[in-house]
Design a protein around this ligand. Sequence first.
Ligand code: TIU
Length: 225
Amino acid sequence: MNITAEPYEFEFEPQSTALLLVDFQRDFVEPGGFGESLGNDVSMLRKAIPAAEKLLEAARESGIHVIHTREGHRTDLRDAPPTKLARGKLETGIGSEGPMGRILVRGEGGHDIIPELTPREGEPVIDKPGKNSFYATDLDLVLRNRGVESLIVCGVTTEVCVQSTVREANDRGYECLVVEDAVASYFEEFQRVALDMIKAQGAIFGWVTKSDSVLSAFESVGAVR
Ligand code: TIU
């Protein structure tokens, strides 16, 4: 099947495709979390939620694999590099108590995926200590064991965890399609240039499209599983 995309059509087989939802966590998109502690306006990220909700519903209906990721750490923070903990000289940083519990710590309220996109039973949730979803996780194994070759990527933030993940996915041989209205950045300019970087030079890291194009393709898929 084909999806209209830039720089040219994205070809995929529904059976070997997964919708990857990167770090749609309360810590990034709700006030009082890590994103806000870094000085960001979290409302910028909420723009990606409506399209991601539609894609998630459509993927579930057509039986396309769905995988969620979350950035966060063990309660004792032993999997957080001291450099990451120190970065930004934040008063309320990773591991500190915030309005949604300890920031970016597994099991805390802020680490949860937002209610709009709550994972369903059977949808893998990859807990990751880094920005890149493959780093120190079993994401590659989970994808290969199901024969996944193509990723349709949504999430936050476009230039940080989404792009880090897409770059690594590309090196590992996955084809990535990034959905521009289902990814978001705290910075308008970064949103634009991060997407430009992915699709430049003949899809150097991957393809970029809008959710409507993915939704039409999913509709014509029928049920794959
Ligand atoms: N700060 C920022 O833009 N992003 C992160 O810290 N993590 C993710 O992108 N998930």
